[in-house]
Write a protein that binds this ligand. Structure first.
Ligand SMILES: *[C@@H]1O[C@H](CO)[C@@H](O)[C@H](O)[C@H]1NC(C)=O
Ligand SMILES: *[C@@H]1O[C@H](CO)[C@@H](O)[C@H](O)[C@H]1NC(C)=O
Ligand SMILES: *[C@@H]1O[C@H](CO)[C@@H](O)[C@H](O)[C@H]1NC(C)=O
Ligand SMILES: *[C@@H]1O[C@H](CO)[C@@H](O)[C@H](O)[C@H]1NC(C)=O
Ligand SMILES: *[C@@H]1O[C@H](CO)[C@@H](O)[C@H](O)[C@H]1NC(C)=O
Length: 420
């Protein structure tokens, strides 16, 4: 008995000695590993790490929207004639840099040409998959009838596109004249008197909310905000807004989650009329601490460790009642230059509006080989710069390509739960 106990003790002592030896031999590596774990853990949120000032938004810069935008005055340099006098089911607001003439031209000719890209394109994309998606809801057709014409496969919805521009700091007179000429010709430009930079996008997005709130709430049903490098599948968005669902094809199957793939379930339909906010949802995003990063945020702009849930700025969809509420909330919220986080995160939280994620809002551009069916089956694709916008257009309007449905048990491979 006694001897057995001593044996045990000896064994225990040997183990401890071995561990001790291991620690002594590899102490440098162990300390380094512990330090790295500590750093990674801490990098996430510590405000004291985000002290470098931000270009254009120094510590002293006024941070109230009212300092940049007078809510009581019309401060715009250019507004479309009779802006929002006519009815539009969907008003699409494209935030565009003032010198991106070519991108605006492409959007007007391609997905923004609503006579070409009306609801009937939906049937050309997906008609062969009938039975694998839900059709529009008759009660929604009635509800929005003032904005619709035609029926069945030749249904048409009225759409309005407006581009929001700032001005260039040292723009030549010629460039300014070019913007004026463009605005006169197409009547789809709002230009405001602030300097058009990436770090001023929040001002631009709130300008859009101001104009829409003041002129469009009685003449439009939905608002869609995107950038000038976003490819928008207008027919799919119309179908969704009218209570239908978008069929899953072999190339879009992987965008879904275990709880979103079943698009023949009535629960996937949009039935609400108000308080609608849809887009690509982000949650638990921590502020970027690297001052060279495009999304760097100093702690004097945002102190918290994580942002409220928000929707990606490459494309978000709102019912029109939400627009004035976000605008009102923005007037009392200190500016953070990340437009999407500010508008759909901070302001929406303040206004008490829920943000819904939908897997078909894509914030990237698909691989070349998958482009045709991915674009046909999504709401948006981002990073469609310049010639890519044209490629996207040729791919999607090739109506002879019929996208195959997904493999039989594809849903077994999907992640069970949508994280966000
Ligand atoms: C829009 O499409 C119509 C019909 O295809 C065409 O006549 C018109 O020129 C297009 N508009 C633009 C700006 O490209
Ligand atoms: C759809 O067609 C209708 C009627 O031709 C037109 O008024 C509307 O502007 C078009 N919208 C789009 C997005 O094509
Ligand atoms: C944003 O616009 C304001 C008003 O024109 C200007 O004073 C400021 O420098 C701009 N900020 C940036 C980051 O460009
Ligand atoms: C919209 O209609 C409401 C109620 O009729 C009215 O009070 C409001 O001023 C209108 N708004 C605009 C921008 O015309
Ligand atoms: C249209 O798509 C089909 C199927 O993907 C393809 O075979 C065909 O070459 C495409 N046509 C054009 C003009 O790109």
């Amino acid at each position: 008995m006694h001897i057995k106990f001593l044996d045990e003790l000896k064994r225990f002592y040997m183990i401890v000695a071995r561990i001790w030896l291991f620690i002594r031999r590899y102490k440098a590596i162990i300390i380094l590993a512990l330090f790295l774990v500590y750093r990674i853990y801490n990098l996430r949120s510590e405000p004291s790490k985000r002290i470098a000032p931000l270009s254009g938004w120094g510590r002293e810069a006024p941070r109230s929207i009212g300092d940049y935008l007078d809510p009581t005055q019309n401060t715009a340099l250019i507004v479309p004639r009779d802006f929002c006098r006519s009815k539009a089911f969907l008003t699409i607001v494209v935030c565009s840099f003032v010198h991106h003439f070519e991108r605006r031209r492409a959007i007007r000719m391609l997905w923004g040409n609503s006579t070409d890209f009306n609801y009937s394109a939906f049937v050309k994309f997906h008609g062969h998959l009938k039975g694998r998606y839900l059709n529009v809801l008759p009660e929604r057709l009635r509800l929005y009838s003032e904005y619709l014409s035609g029926e069945g496969n030749s249904l048409k919805a009225s759409i309005r596109i407006v581009f929001i521009l700032g001005r260039r700091d040292l723009a030549s007179l010629r460039e300014n004249e070019e913007v004026v000429r463009e605005a006169e010709k197409y009547n789809d430009i709002i230009q405001e008197n602030f300097i058009d930079t990436y770090n001023n996008l929040t001002i631009k997005a709130v300008m859009a909310l101001k104009h829409i709130s003041q002129s469009c709430v009685n003449t439009t049903a939905f608002y869609f905000k995107c950038d000038d490098d976003t490819f928008v599948n207008v027919p799919n968005i119309l179908h969704f807004l009218l209570g239908g669902t978008i069929p899953v094809n072999a190339f879009t199957a992987g965008f879904h989650y275990g709880n979103t793939y079943d698009v023949t379930s009535w629960r996937k339909r949009l039935t609400a009329r108000r308080e609608i906010m849809y887009g690509r949802a982000y949650c638990n995003v921590a502020p970027v601490a690297n001052k060279f990063n495009k999304w760097y945020v100093p702690s004097y702009m945002f102190r918290g460790g994580v942002y409220p849930r928000y929707l990606c700025g490459s494309g978000y969809l709102l019912s029109i009642d939400v627009v004035p509420r976000l605008y009102k909330a923005s007037l009392g919220t200190r500016i953070v230059h990340l437009e999407d986080m500010f508008v759909t995160g901070l302001c929406a939280e303040k206004a008490g509006i829920k943000r819904n994620g939908h897997p078909l809002f894509r914030s990237t551009y698909p691989y070349e080989a998958d482009a045709q069916c991915t674009l046909k089956g999504s709401f948006t694709a981002h990073r469609a710069k310049d010639y890519i916008m044209w490629e996207a257009w040729y791919a999607i309007t090739n109506f002879s390509g019929k996208c195959p449905p997904p493999k039989k048990n594809f849903h077994l491979k999907l992640h069970r739960k949508q994280k966000c």
